[in-house]
Ligand binder design. Structure first.
Ligand code: AKG
Length: 319
């Protein structure tokens, strides 16, 4: 399969014709710039084998899941959460270095740490209706347009097509005024083969597509958020210490067994990582040098509504 992308800014004219495919080997700064420009990027076939294993490990849970009880959750959509405990391979996807590089460049502007916010399968059976378009950032009481609070990643575990409900997106909508509604020709479907990932922003308008085909569309949503925000999915219940102790330390920290910033989230006055080291007997500092150093680079928010644009991101690197 070949992909044609474009780094030109999205307009109503080009949005319906082109998808913002970015070669996974693109340097992370340029990838972040494309994400900030379009509000999303699709990285084709980034982790095909890991996604295949993840799908296989999650299949029994998807089979046993119930359909949604309302239109937003989808009467023909199955959802499965707590993915990390269920799928060892998903633990690799959640820490994929390319996705981490994007989160670092965007979320670490506003927080000393970023964290896993949500893990969930979104499985659209044939006949699933299109979901209402929305911005994930509306989870928090910060009006749009504003800072980036989330960088959601949607991994294609099956093929994503326009026919089977590939996520609908509105390119450029992360910078639109809140009241602007998309016209039909401004919508695109994320079309991507299994193992690809769609990464978008808290302000990007999107929603599950309509599945007009005869095979299910299965996506794995892994969302990341600023470390000082409450996580959408309770990661400590989804991954209690007796389970998380078997995960790599970097993953434990990513799901929240870490500071969210200086003085945020400590345990017994210290790094929450301490829960895995009962004999630890260091000083109870309520922060660490690494967190303090990261915090020193965080923008102190004069306003949560100052948008992060690609121009600003590019200009700062050129300075
Ligand atoms: O299924 C999808 O493609 C997106 C679903 C979504 O955005 C949601 O459930 O909030």
């Amino acid at each position: 399969m070949s992909f044609s992308g474009s780094m030109a800014a999205p307009t109503a004219e080009n949005a319906s014709h082109r998808l913002n495919f970015v070669d996974p080997d693109t340097p992370p700064d340029a990838m972040a710039e494309a994400l900030l420009e379009w509000g999303y990027v699709i990285l084709p076939e980034l982790a095909v084998e890991t996604a295949r294993r993840t799908h296989e490990e999650l299949a029994p849970y998807i089979d046993g899941a119930a359909f949604g009880h309302d239109d937003f959750l989808g009467q023909k959509t199955k959802r499965v959460g707590g993915i990390l405990q269920k799928s060892p391979s998903a633990r690799e996807l959640v820490m994929h270095p390319t996705v981490m590089a994007l989160c670092e460049r965007i979320l670490l502007r506003y927080a000393a740490r970023f964290q896993l916010n949500f893990s969930g399968v979104m499985h659209l059976a044939p006949g699933a209706a299109a979901q209402a378009l929305h911005r994930d950032g509306n989870l928090y009481p910060i009006s749009h347009p504003g800072i980036v609070t989330l960088t959601p990643a949607m991994w294609a575990l099956s093929e994503f097509s326009a026919e089977n409900g590939g996520t609908q997106l509105v390119p450029g909508s992360h910078l639109w005024p809140a009241e602007r509604e998309p016209r039909p020709n401004e919508l695109v479907n994320a079309v991507m083969p299994p193992g690809s990932v769609l990464v978008y922003l808290s302000g990007t308008i999107h929603g599950g597509g309509e599945n007009r085909g005869n095979t299910p569309r299965t996506g794995l949503a892994l969302q990341y958020s600023l470390g000082w925000l409450r996580q959408e999915e309770n990661q400590y219940l989804a991954n209690p210490p007796e389970v998380a102790k078997d995960y790599p330390e970097a993953l434990r920290r990513l799901i929240g067994y870490d500071y969210g910033g200086p003085y945020l989230g400590f345990f017994q006055g210290d790094d929450p990582h301490r829960v895995f080291e009962p004999d630890y007997d260091g000083p109870a500092l309520r922060s660490s040098e690494a967190v303090d150093a990261a915090d020193a680079r965080v923008e102190f928010l004069q306003s949560a509504n100052a948008p992060l644009t690609a121009e600003r991101f590019r200009g700062e690197r050129e300075d």
